[in-house]
Design a protein around this ligand. Sequence first.
Ligand SMILES: Nc1ncnc2c1ncn2[C@@H]1O[C@H](COP(=O)(O)OP(=O)(O)OP(=O)(O)O)[C@@H](O)[C@H]1O
Length: 288
Amino acid sequence: MNAIELRNLTKTYPLFKVDNVSLNVKQGYITGLIGPNGAGKSTLIKMIIGLIRPDSGSIKTLGNEMPSQEINIKQRIGIVSDECFYYEHLTIREMKKMIAPFYKRWDEKKFNSFLEQFELSPKKKIEDLSKGMKIKFSLAIALSHNAELLIMDEPTSGLDPVFRRELLDLLSDLIQDETRSIIFSTHITTDLERIADYIAFINQGKLVFNETKDDVLERYTIVKGDMELLDSDTRDLFIGIRETAVGFEGLARNKEEAERLFGSFALLQRPSLEDLIYFTAKGGRKHA
Ligand SMILES: Nc1ncnc2c1ncn2[C@@H]1O[C@H](COP(=O)(O)OP(=O)(O)OP(=O)(O)O)[C@@H](O)[C@H]1O
């Protein structure tokens, strides 16, 4: 089952295009959305939550089509973002009073207990909340109406390390019953290394891959070696290469082929998600 199904999604801006993206977000798992600055992550998320309309393509969320079944979808999803969708001059309590009646499955007790857990005073005005507090507030709202799908745009970027770790634990607990799903865009790739099951990688508006984290980190490899190992044939294996006075370091698209080509002459290491973004962006820029 898929929590989200994107088919041939396209959105064209004067200087940028989300280009024919098809992507399944699996139900019961955490999918991390990664990519360099300006890759199109927020644009994609905004299309999923109905803030902007695609030029073409289709979006199905929890089995319902956007935009025709948007109201039904909004009942069942939670959106977490530091972009404020609230009235700044209201207090947390006043804002909650406006939001809660919209949700059929609103749980007041749960909301109050999240406010306590997140150390948010209901008397505080939205405009006086820090970036991290705004994320905590939108998280409390999202978790208090039993959302089946959480859509999170950089939820951990404004959080201190202690709460960030707590949030990641909370998200891991949430998906344990396998009915809930989370899509989570972030630049803090170590968060995804900790909790994501799937990684969807976007670069320059195109989907590069959407696979399990383990498959991704197994398939690619970092290669470190002397410059004389690089010729026109071996260079083809690399998505991106960083050359220095003493040698090179690159991301190879196929670990087995790198092992066959370089044998014991180079050092092969498991990449991090950050390596994937760094070398893909670097490779793209070099050949642009
Ligand atoms: N309303 C708009 N009009 C024109 N261009 C836009 C608009 N919104 C976004 N863009 C452009 O679309 C591109 C993708 O932006 P987007 O915010 O989706 O990227 P992102 O992957 O979320 O980046 P970041 O990691 O920096 O947040 C950027 O080049 C941006 O300038």
